[in-house]
Design a protein around this ligand. Sequence first.
Ligand SMILES: [Zn+2]
Length: 149
Amino acid sequence: MSTTPEKLAFRCAGCAGINRVDPARLADGPKCGRCQGALDTSGAPIDLDDAGLARLVASSPVPVLVDLWATWCGPCRIVAPIVDQVARAHAGRLITVKIDTDRHRATLDALGARGIPTFALYRGGALLSQRSGALPRPELEAWVQTALG
Ligand SMILES: [Zn+2]
């Protein structure tokens, strides 16, 4: 068994750089190695456009969960706190993204999804799995685990 600590990955909100952080250093308030901005290590979902997601997917060392949603979508609002909880529970081991499909449609169209919310999981630069419709936390959690495992 290796004793090397698993490094966590966080996206810098300032420069979009991906930073690897030793879990033991989390409490020190880690800064971005590229722009020196403070890193958000909460794991909270980040709002991106389609191009921003594509760049993240191509460079992220950890799986990326995407929530494709819209402000007028009731099921999206219902599932939003669940997405937030799952995202924070896996801070550093999963990067969670929200895309407002009223403003950014390319990802939704590329997935061929007709409805929202639609969720997509990417790993290693590729789409791993997708699903549409709100879902309870245990189900979202179990689905996310398929990407983390
Ligand atoms: Zn930065």
